[in-house]
Design a protein around this ligand. Structure first.
Ligand SMILES: [Mg+2]
Length: 227
């Protein structure tokens, strides 16, 4: 049984739909600025498979040790405020959606860099609550949403996270939003039935439709007297 131990007490949800949103490569650009950061350190990411470890090489073409790659990722998170910018349309679309839904950012990043991420998101008006965790995302979304009879949506660029949420949260709209990049050509597809969206406009339309359908189903249930 997976248990989630970190604190979510600062996240206060209203009596309205919930949108849980990944950050890297969904709300903030990751792969592009990370590649520029690598070049500034004298390294390069070779898009040979959908992973960083094993695919980052030094000037002489030799792949860096895993521990070195992990350290580079951590340094990038430490210095994210110098490198990362919002994904196109993310800030304006989330601001629009926040009129009818609560939004929570759920980032798979070591919590030790949460202050940097908070400041960076705030800088772009992305002031919604932030949870930084390495744990699987499904149990966290379940803990947030609980058994509320309200619509819920989850957006991520990684199939593994979409699968985790599908396993733990019933009736959640799952959206697979990925940037166009060389390395993302190797990204595993999400399971059948998970819509792939190309941008925030498409995401917003699907979320709007899901919320409308879920609300219509709720009012229908409320209107039918129990037998
Ligand atoms: Mg991501």
């Amino acid at each position: 049984m997976e248990t989630v131990t970190f604190d979510i007490s600062h996240v206060r949800l209203g009596d309205r739909p919930l949108i849980v949103c990944d950050v890297d490569d969904v709300v903030l650009q990751f792969i592009d600025p990370f590649q520029r950061f690598l070049l500034s350190e004298g390294h390069e990411l070779l898009p040979r498979s959908f992973r960083l470890h094993g695919n980052i090489v030094s000037k002489d073409g030799v792949a860096l040790e895993d521990i070195h790659v992990s350290r580079l990722v951590e340094t990038f998170f430490e210095r994210q405020e110098e490198w990362q910018l919002p994904v196109s349309l993310a800030a304006e679309t989330l601001s629009r959606l926040s009129a009818e839904a609560d939004i929570v950012f759920l980032t798979a990043m070591p919590p030790v860099y949460a202050d940097q991420r908070r400041r960076l998101l705030d800088r772009f008006g992305l002031t919604h609550p932030l949870l930084a965790a390495r744990e699987p995302k499904g149990p966290i979304v379940k803990m947030l949403h609980g058994a509320r009879p309200l619509p819920v949506a989850f957006i991520d660029d990684m199939a593994v996270n979409l699968h985790s949420v599908r396993e733990h949260v019933d009736n959640c709209l799952l959206l697979h939003l990925m940037p166009v990049s060389e390395i993302h050509r190797f990204a595993p597809a999400a399971m059948d039935g998970t819509p792939r969206v190309n941008n925030w406009n498409e995401a917003a339309s699907m979320i709007g439709r899901h919320f409308a359908e879920a609300n219509a189903a709720r009012s229908l249930t409320a209107a039918i007297p129990a037998a």
